[in-house]
Design a protein around this ligand. Sequence first.
Ligand code: ADP
Ligand code: MG
Length: 291
Amino acid sequence: MLKLENVTKVFKVGTLGGRSVTAVDAVSFDVRPGEVVSLIGESGSGKSTIGRMILGLSRPTSGSITVDDVPVRPGKDYYRSVQGVFQDPFSCYNPVFKADRVFRLIRETYYPAAGEAEWTERVRSAVRDVRLNPDEVLGKYPHQLSGGQLQRMLIARALLLDLRLLVADEITSMLDASTRIDVLNLLAELKLRGLGVLYVTHDLSLGNYLAERTVVLRGGSVVEMGPTADVFGDPLHPYTRQLLAAVPRLHAPWEDAAPVESCLYHERGATGGLVEAEPGHFVACARLRDC
Ligand code: ADP
Ligand code: MG
């Protein structure tokens, strides 16, 4: 459904755009219907830039992004099927207006002919779908609701559309542990409905276990990707090992990432790109661009 092919984004920075930063470097991966793909990397690795390009908020410098074989084209039709939810739910609400205004804006844009009673029921049903009580959250101002409630209302808003793909960028990082689990359970339900979810995160949190596949990003490039169980259970790239070693775990001993002496995959044909180490499990040359 979502397909990125060789997507690169170069930002011109500095006075007169004299310097450039390659935020995303030849990234390719896909997200299938009913699948959560987690996009992991430290801060600055290019995750949000990828999310913004998928949402049409920024254009790739080169490469292609398609949803159901159609290139990203920001506009009413595209946003009917592709939506984003971001880290800070408060920024999506105007504190002056009641929080349900986000639903009214959807009605004005997409369902101007909907009758009042019909629309109210649709909103209440979408709110129930995200495990909120409509009587508790509708008619309230943003400051009267918790971050988790606001976040779930944004997901409810997306559910009012014929959504195919949700880009969730660090959506759980501002939530407390119990709310985080609620939001993750919600993502699990979305995938059962056949939605594709790109779950963007900088930490190896619980959310990753929801993901069928994991893409590890470093400095704008994919260093490893594959089925989550393989990437987490048998990490091949030193960077992935380092990420995993940095997470205190109950069931595994602490391990330091071994320094990279030589490229593990160079002889196997990875010339700066990715090599398929086992079916569906891809890894970059361990020394990246030095080979
Ligand atoms: P992440 O979400 O993984 O933390 P980002 O995608 O936000 O990373 O940023 C990736 C890199 O691109 C960073 O070096 C960041 O400074 C740079 N970058 C992001 N947006 C812009 C922009 N609008 N102009 C210039 N540089 C940017
Ligand atoms: Mg980000």
